[in-house]
Write a protein that binds this ligand. Structure first.
Ligand code: SAH
Length: 216
């Protein structure tokens, strides 16, 4: 199957999976996923599956990218913080739906690869840096939206502090792959309202640990 057929089939599959925000579907259709997966998996780039990337990480399943992106209710005036750049795929999708994406990745190697891909696609509204995303990006806070693409045990307190009042954060929560849930956190004047959006499986958010291969 050529990549064009794959694209069309994937978008249909996402619609069947209940993703109906046309802006989100459009953004997914525009981002050439084959650029974000290892060459050995290029033939599966338009399948609705998670795939391995370097440093033992994964590029998320398109249906999960779709669900989490939709849950953010983005508009093109918003400033978004993303934790866990990984391949940069989700970052690229976000970049079509908001004003600017700030993204943090703990593996420098992944970050460099992601930045090369995003430059190739001429995405100019992305600022990326290496580091521990659980600490957020205080210099740029508050953010109208925050997306975390690695699972934490609890909502990282620094991230909820950096979420604007009226803002939304979407993240996987749970301590093992069997009990993780996607949650949507809405911040209002009185605090945080938490909504469960269903089960999911993500790599862990690794925070507060130094690792010589990663950002220091
Ligand atoms: N959104 C990515 C998928 C990322 S997998 C994509 O579309 O490809 C999760 C990523 O989170 C991994 O790259 C992992 O290295 C990163 N990560 C884990 N803990 C982190 C932390 N504390 N800060 C920043 N990145 C982190």
């Amino acid at each position: 199957m050529n990549s064009e057929d794959g694209r069309v089939r994937l978008i249909l599959e996402l619609r069947h999976a209940g993703i109906d925000d046309l802006r989100v579907l459009n953004a997914i259709e525009r981002v050439p996923r084959e650029l974000f997966v290892p060459r050995a998996f290029a033939h599966q780039a338009w399948e609705n599956v998670a795939l391995p990337i370097d440093c033992g990480q994964t590029i998320s399943q398109p249906a999960i990218v779709g669900r989490m992106t939709e849950a953010l209710r983005l508009d093109d005036r918003m400033k978004v913080l993303e934790i866990g750049t990984g391949s940069g795929y989700q970052t690229a999708v976000l970049s079509y739906l908001c004003r600017r994406v700030y993204t943090i990745e703990r593996h420098r190697e992944l970050l460099q690869q992601a930045e090369t891909r995003l430059a190739l696609l001429r995405r100019r509204n992305i600022t990326a840096r290496p580091g521990d995303g659980a600490l957020g990006w205080p210099e740029q806070a508050p953010f109208e939206r925050i997306l975390v693409t690695a699972a934490a045990i609890d909502i990282p307190p620094k991230l909820s502090k950096q979420l604007a009042v009226g803002g939304i954060m979407v993240l996987p929560i749970g301590d093992d792959a069997k009990s993780q849930r996607i949650v949507r956190v809405l911040r209002d004047e009185s605090g945080l309202n938490i909504e469960d959006l269903g089960p999911v499986k993500f790599v862990p958010l690794i925070s507060g640990r130094t690792d010589e291969r990663v950002a220091g």
